[in-house]
Design a protein around this ligand. Structure first.
Ligand code: PLP
Length: 367
């Protein structure tokens, strides 16, 4: 049996007719950038996230970067996030000219350790970026309380968490804005790059839209310098079709996670992922922790299982971030997680025999 980390082809087979039709209708309309397909998806996605507005942009990294700018974050400001994330989160901070400041993560949910936040706040701090990593929401209530107390902006990184629930409400409208990625492998993925910013603030939405369209809301009226970062219509049409299945897909990911949790719970060497009591995660990734992670990965890969590591190096120890001058030992919980995490295949189209095969192989390794 061959079980990849994710299988976009298998998903395509389940929605082929509708997706092909949607793509074809954009081609026939020749409205390739912005236009009706984008507006329809933006409305549907805003509604899904229970947010007032959604603005399509070029990708998830731009979503975060444009949202930071739209929130007024820039040169010499400080932005607090976590080092245990994908580099895009911190790239966004860097490229608006702000300084990257970290707090560590919780060892069980891999999300922001909110208790460390206040210690890192200075008079230059302008924003906090909680990352809903692996599809598990950050404990937003204390983040929002601290942000209020110190008058900070909150930008959620929702790139891995479309549809995840925090206290029974979907992520995407807790903070001042949320950045989403529609990279093909995400829970809601396009057939190319794509992203969106959701927000309840119409000014922020307008700003993001303007910044992503060369600083103009009206053609050739460029009142500021912007960027070219727009969601294209073919991607919007694909996303509109796929959004209808998102909840079902997320439910299936949760079922698979429950199955793995049960199947692996008796193995002392394996720590299965924790869901906080207030969280309903969407398991963008199903991540276990083991000491001999690399050996287990090798064993599973040789058995045809696409076990993978997200992420082998916390951001502060990546070569690109040497300029931050943060040595090993700076964020011990993130560093330890990076040494121990292993993502088992979890995608909605997996059959029961596939999930059983994966669990059997993990058990076999430890027996
Ligand atoms: C994927 C991802 C991004 C960036 O999205 P792109 O669409 O690839 O630019 C940002 N943050 C996190 C946590 C991600 O996983």
């Amino acid at each position: 049996m061959r079980i990849p980390q994710a299988d976009l082809k298998a998903q395509y087979e389940t929605i082929k007719e509708e997706v092909n039709q949607a793509i074809l209708s954009v081609v026939e309309s020749t409205q390739f950038v912005r236009g009706q397909a984008v507006r329809e998806f933006e409305d549907a996605f805003a509604h899904y996230c229970d947010a007032g507005h959604a603005v399509g942009v070029g990708n998830g990294t731009d979503a975060l970067m444009l949202a930071l700018r739209a929130l007024g974050v820039g040169q010499d400001d400080e932005v607090i996030t976590v080092p245990f994330t994908f580099t895009a989160t911190t790239e966004a901070i860097h490229w608006v000219g702000a300084k990257i400041v970290f707090v560590d993560i919780q060892p069980d949910t891999f999300t922001m350790n909110v208790e460390q936040l206040e210690d890192r706040i200075t008079e230059k701090t302008r924003a906090i970026i909680p990352v809903h990593l692996y599809g598990h929401p950050v404990d937003m209530e204390p983040v929002l309380n601290i942000a209020k107390k110190y008058d900070l902006k909150v930008l959620e990184d929702g790139a891995q968490a479309h549809g995840a629930l925090y206290k029974d409400k979907r992520v995407g409208s807790f903070g001042h804005a949320t950045g989403f990625s529609f990279y093909p492998g995400k829970n809601l993925g396009a057939y190319g790059d794509g992203g969106a910013v959701t927000t309840n603030d119409p000014k922020v939405a307008e700003n993001v839209k303007k910044l992503g369209d060369h600083g103009s809301l009206k053609k050739y009226e460029n009142n500021e310098l912007g960027f070219n970062s727009r969601l294209d219509s073919v991607q919007a049409a694909v996303l509109r079709v796929k959004l209808k299945s998102l909840d079902d897909w997320n439910i299936r990911r949760r079922q698979i996670a429950d199955f793995y949790n049960q199947a692996l719970k008796d193995i002392d060497e394996v720590t299965t992922p924790t869901a906080a009591t207030w969280a309903e995660p969407v398991y963008h990734l199903y991540v276990i922790q083991v000491e001999n992670r690399n050996e287990l990965k090798k064993y599973l890969n040789e058995s045809g299982i696409g076990a993978a590591i997200h992420y082998p190096t916390p951001v502060h120890l990546l070569k690109a971030y040497e300029f931050l001058g943060l040595p090993e030992g700076s964020y011990p919980v993130s560093e330890r997680a990076a040494e121990r995490v292993l993502s088992l295949p979890n995608y909605p189209e997996m059959s029961e025999s596939m999930t059983e095969f994966v669990a059997d192989k993990v058990r076999e390794f430890f027996s």
